[in-house]
Design a protein around this ligand. Structure first.
Ligand code: KIV
Ligand code: ZN
Length: 384
């Protein structure tokens, strides 16, 4: 992996699918998995095989289908989970077992009624056992975001010794601030013996709307894998959004970071996931929302018509959107009206535009948006 290359670990079909009421059947999962492979994700988390016979079956079929990505299955630090995941992944061209355990004091005390030392023992034996099936082992320290850094470093060191190749540092509850999460990654980079043998991975939840910012902070501090989902779907407020982190790295060449994602497939993949799950994308969603390249105020429209970059930092074609939209509302100006009228064959001179614009404003005040069908009627009402 090149120094500035960031691995994209997609968990749309595992963490993403934990959205209440949005369960996917195996058929839809296979369609999405194939599309994610085409998109260029490096690792595809296909499911949690022990969780249900249906999930096991989906992981088996995805493992058999996928040509390029490494297929991954989630487990708890439990022998049976690991055996079932290994069985589900056995036909994959490249596979990974993702095992782990909670490391914050609240997980250790309340969830496991255990101690820090015993948790390290369980983590090590889970990694060693998984290693007897598969070479590539990712370890997650659940609730790492609220885990004391010094203890987290000890956990990481122990699992690297046991054979972990990737260390997932999840901000499971979406609590961290970007500076804090970045500092955690930096601390691990500087204080874990053997860290050069493993890749640090960011897995951030969006409870405070910081998942993307935290993942980028992690990458800027030495992590080289981001765990994310299409449209940022996932448990509660969701996970880091794949399209956001990919485009942040693409639009900031100064960061010297890139991914293997074919960004031109981002919009269609977003639509596919949204339709398959029956989960609409919010219109103002960054990168793939319906309004991400739509301009509706007069000042912005005038600027974009003169030079797209005035109000757009991304070319819509780069994410698979055919063109920017100039939306006609009562906030639009003459430039936008003239532009849209010209697009449908009405070239208006300055005098005509003044007349038509007055009529346009009356219509626009009555309806939310003025469409292409309304324009000829407005022009006709002006006697032109
Ligand atoms: O958020 C989390 O901690 C997880 C782990 C199971 C990786 O999803
Ligand atoms: Zn998660």
């Amino acid at each position: 992996m090149a120094q500035g290359q960031v691995q994209i670990f997609d968990t749309t079909l595992r963490d993403g699918e934990q959205v209440p009421g949005c369960k996917l059947d195996t058929h839809n999962k296979l369609i999405i998995a194939e599309r994610l492979d085409e998109l260029g994700v490096d690792i595809l988390e296909a499911g949690f095989p022990i969780s249900s016979p249906g999930d096991f079956d989906s992981v088996v079929k995805i493992a058999q289908l996928i040509k390029n990505a490494r297929v991954c299955g989630l487990t708890r630090a439990v022998k049976k989970d690991i055996e079932v995941a290994a069985e589900a992944l056995k036909d994959a061209k490249k596979s990974r077992i993702h095992t782990g355990i909670g490391t914050s004091d609240s997980h250790i005390i309340y969830k496991f009624n255990s101690t820090r030392e015993k948790i390290i023992e369980r983590a090590v034996s889970a990694v060693s056992y998984a290693k007897s099936f598969v070479e590539d082992i990712e370890f997650y320290a659940e609730d790492a975001g609220r885990t004391d850094n010094e203890y987290l470093a000890r956990v990481c060191e122990a699992v690297i010794k046991a054979g972990a190749t990737v260390l997932n540092i999840p901000d499971t509850t979406g609590y961290c601030l970007p500076e804090e999460y970045g500092a955690k990654i930096k601390y691990l980079k500087e204080n874990v013996t053997g860290i050069d043998k493993a890749t640090l991975s960011c897995h951030c939840h969006n409870d405070l709307g910081l998942a993307t910012a935290n993942s980028i902070a992690g990458i800027m501090n030495g992590a080289r894998q981001i765990e994310c989902t299409i449209n940022g779907i996932g448990e509660r407020a969701g996970n880091t959004s794949l399209e956001e982190v990919v485009m942040i790295m693409r639009q900031h060449p100064d960061l010297n970071l890139d991914t293997n994602i074919n960004s031109k497939l981002l919009y269609s993949t977003s639509q596919l996931v949204s339709e398959s799950m029956g989960m609409p994308v919010q219109p103002n969603k960054a990168v793939v929302g319906a309004n991400a390249f739509a301009h509706s105020s007069g000042i912005h429209q005038d600027g974009v018509i003169k030079q797209r970059e005035t109000y757009e930092i991304m070319d819509p074609h780069d994410v698979g959107v055919t063109q920017s939209a100039i939306v006609l509302t009562a906030r639009s100006g003459r430039a936008a009206l003239a532009y849209r009228a010209k697009n449908i064959g009405f070239e208006l001179d300055k005098l005509q535009l003044d007349i038509v614009y007055k009529e346009f404003l009356k219509v626009a005040d009555q309806q939310k948006e003025v469409n292409d069908d309304d324009i000829p009627k407005i022009i006709e009402a002006c006697g032109l």
